[in-house]
Design a protein around this ligand. Structure first.
Ligand code: NPG
Length: 370
């Protein structure tokens, strides 16, 4: 396929409510949107690197640099034979998985449109809709948290994830469990603890949680093995799982029993599918994580979550949970059974609203082939 150009957009979008995690508060979410054009078609992708290096070392500006100076020149250097061709061209470049995943997503969208297939079909997905939950950031007080949980339960979410950090963990999580005894509930620490905090997690073992996500450092599989051995609750790894190889090793070692898959974190949808396959072979359930994506990235997450190993609800909430104005249509709505319909159209199956995109754009640049 002959490609003509790649356009980069650095966006800042105001979240409906600030989102607080153990690494900071986000009110305006930044990301980089990619538009790849060729043969009269356009493919869109979303790079999830944000404003500051809290979740990962990548930021929207570091992604911009990698895209502009390395990945896009490699892509535009020759006609594209397929996704694997792109992956091979950049395989010698170390790190920056979010930057490469954003561009790869745009290529999947373009490829799907060229083939007349949806992303779900290209990935080998099965289901027309996927089970979803909601992730709730740290709240100012326990009453505020209970109210927020109640609001999401009332709007139909059948699974809730709570963010925790040292000092804001047992008491609020216990209160939610007490108020919602039957609610499928899980917690996410975003690496904020060490093994010395094992007492906190032992106490959580009594709260009937679906899982405890990423309690310890990203590069610390060994202590996760030790912690998992002390608990009956399953540990789930997110930040630690950077590739299919690490996923296999983490499961083999017993560092976790569940894996959160984010295509952005692992360098793209192809690697995400490889992780899914490793987990499925090992009998470990997976679910699709979220990074507060716009409708572009959420369409990609929905397609990924149709693969058969995604047996747990994803962090893929309805559009209205995130932004006053999204940049893609149609908006995703929550069904009464806490699922979301997966787009059926070709590629990602969403249309970008260019006026809304422009309103959110901080800077824009076009790079052309040859
Ligand atoms: O619904 O997209 C969503 C948010 C899910 O909690 C969520 N994401 O650590 O998984 C995470 C967290 C996150 C958000 C991480 C933004 C980084 C940036």
């Amino acid at each position: 396929m002959q490609l003509d150009s790649v356009e980069l957009f650095h966006l800042s979008m105001r979240l409906k409510a600030p989102f607080e995690t153990s690494f900071g508060v986000e009110q305006d979410r930044e990301c980089v949107i990619l538009k790849v054009q060729g043969e009269g078609l356009a493919g869109w992708g979303e790079c999830v690197a944000g404003q500051f290096p809290g979740y990962s070392y990548e930021t929207a500006p570091t992604a911009w640099h990698m895209l502009k100076d390395f990945y896009i020149p490699a892509l535009l250097a020759a006609p594209l034979q397929g996704i694997q061709d792109f992956r091979e061209r950049i395989a010698h470049l170390r790190g920056h998985p979010m930057a490469r995943a954003g561009l790869e997503m745009a290529l999947w969208d373009l490829w799907g449109k060229a083939q007349g297939k949806s992303l779900k079909e290209l990935l080998g997905g099965e289901r027309p809709r996927v089970p979803v939950g909601v992730s709730i950031g740290l709240q100012d007080s326990t009453p505020a948290l209970l109210q927020t949980v109640q609001g999401y339960v009332d709007s139909g979410y059948a699974r809730v994830k709570l963010k925790i950090k040292p000092g804001r963990d047992l008491e609020p999580v216990r209160a939610v469990r007490q108020a919602f005894p039957e609610l499928p509930l899980q917690v996410d620490a975003n690496s904020a603890y060490t093994l010395a905090d094992n007492g906190t997690f032992r106490a959580m073992d009594d709260l009937d949680l679906l899982m405890i996500e990423q309690p310890l450092a990203e590069d610390d599989l060994l202590d996760h093995v030790r912690l998992q051995a002390e608990l009956t609750t399953a540990l789930c790894l997110d930040e630690s799982i950077l590739s299919a190889r690490i996923a296999r090793q983490a499961l083999e070692a017993g560092a976790c029993r569940i894996i959160n898959i984010k295509a952005g974190r692992v360098g793209g949808l192809a690697e995400a599918v490889a992780i899914h396959d490793v987990c499925r072979a090992a009998g470990a359930p997976v679910w699709c994580g979220g990074m507060l994506e716009t409708g572009i990235g959420r369409a990609s997450n929905l397609a990924l979550a149709t693969l058969p190993g995604f047996t747990l609800p994803g962090d893929i909430s309805a559009s209205e949970r995130y932004y006053a104005e999204d940049i893609a249509e149609p908006l995703f709505k929550l069904n009464p059974d806490s699922t979301i319909q997966v787009p059926e159209g070709t590629g990602l199956g969403v249309e970008v609203v260019e006026a809304a995109l422009q309103r959110a754009t901080l800077r824009r640049e076009v790079m052309r082939a040859g």
